[in-house]
Write a protein that binds this ligand. Structure first.
Ligand code: ATP
Ligand code: MG
Length: 330
């Protein structure tokens, strides 16, 4: 009897141990499952945090770069308003300001030096022709016909010298600026040039109505007169001149496009230099030099794209900024 009792209790204890083992296993599996969930949520939270930090960091960086860009634009356009750039950029802005003003001074001096040299050089040519002609005229043996021809040459050379001096004097004058309606300004310029534009050349103007720029009307018109004249000279027979304008990023971009002979690649870097011309007898090489300087005088930029035998496009950009305290005629 005792043995049977012991066996029965023994098997109950075994069952109970089995039950305990299963329960322990269950608890262990639950533990593993919940710690898996914990790590999953923790990982998700970490990734979310990283994404949010990246977005916030990116926005802050973009904002800082925008304030830096605005400050640099203020320096370039001479606005006195200061923008509070982040302290990390202060040193950079100060160095930029100093370098830019030193650069402007040296550029002014060197372009003035270049201009003086070119004027002296350019005036020297007609002057030496004049003195040679006078030497020949001193000779009493020359016939009347030849004498007439020499006087004609003298007149032409004096005229050439006068033109060079006048274009420089006119260019150096400081002129008053007002707000101008770009479309009207360009339409008036084309009207002024009507007699000069051959019938075989069509001029198309596509400029939005309400673009205002700040400048001197006769100087702005001078820019387009010179560009249109060049385009006409480049179109040997039939062709088209297109003048378009678009606004983008606080600027107006004006395109003057022609279907003319184009500019040879080796000349592209020289065309804005004073007295560079490929039109041997008919050009002084002053037109684009004046255009370049007038564009700079109006805080603008000019660049050119050209393909031989296909045509040329000049791009001019002017800033579209409101000047506080300036009254302007439009
Ligand atoms: N639209 C154009 N198409 C082709 N070549 C051009 C064009 N505009 C300018 N050029 C080239 O650039 C040179 C310089 O032009 P720029 O207007 O300064 O002088 P120019 O026309 O020769 O003389 P000026 O304008 O003083 O009478 C020209 O001689 C010509 O070779
Ligand atoms: Mg010209």
């Amino acid at each position: 009897v005792l043995e049977r009792k012991i066996r029965k209790n023994g098997s109950e204890i075994l069952k109970f141990a089995e039950f305990l083992k299963l329960e322990e296993k269950k608890i262990l599996l639950n533990c593993i499952a919940s710690s898996k969930k914990f790590f999953l949520f923790f990982g998700l939270f970490l990734s979310l945090f990283a994404v949010v930090s990246l977005i916030v960091g990116y926005k802050l960086l973009v904002y800082s770069l925008q304030t830096l860009e605005n400050e640099i634009r203020n320096i370039l356009y001479g606005n006195s308003k200061e923008i509070s750039v982040p302290s990390e950029f202060r040193h950079f802005v100060e160095t930029f300001r100093k370098t830019y003003f030193t650069f402007l001074e040296t550029e002014k001096l060197s372009s003035l030096g270049k201009l003086l040299f070119s004027i002296a050089h350019e005036i020297n040519n007609p002057l030496s022709n004049i003195s040679t002609t006078i030497e020949i005229l001193k000779n009493e043996d020359i016939d009347n016909e030849f004498r007439k021809e020499l006087f004609n040459d003298l007149e032409n050379e004096v005229e050439r010298t006068k033109n060079i001096v006048h274009s420089v004097l006119d260019f150096c004058k400081v002129k008053e600026k007002t707000y101008l309606n770009l479309k009207k300004c360009i339409e008036d310029t084309v009207k002024l040039m009507k007699g000069y534009i051959p019938n075989k050349i069509s001029v198309k103007i596509e400029i939005p109505e309400n673009i205002k720029i700040f400048g001197n009307k006769s100087q702005i018109q001078q820019i387009f007169v010179n560009l249109i004249k060049n385009a006409i000279e480049a179109i040997k027979d039939e062709g088209e001149i297109q003048i378009k304008a678009v606004t983008e990023n606080g600027k107006v971009k004006i395109m003057v496009k022609d279907t003319g002979e184009g500019i040879a690649p080796q000349n592209l870097s020289k065309i804005f230099e004073p007295f560079f011309s490929t039109r041997e007898k008919s050009g002084y090489g002053i037109g684009l030099f004046v255009v370049y300087n007038l564009v700079k005088e109006h805080e603008g930029n000019i660049y050119v794209e050209s393909r031989l035998k296909e045509g040329t496009t000049f791009y001019i950009e002017f800033p579209l900024i409101e000047r506080s305290g300036v009254d302007g005629k439009v």
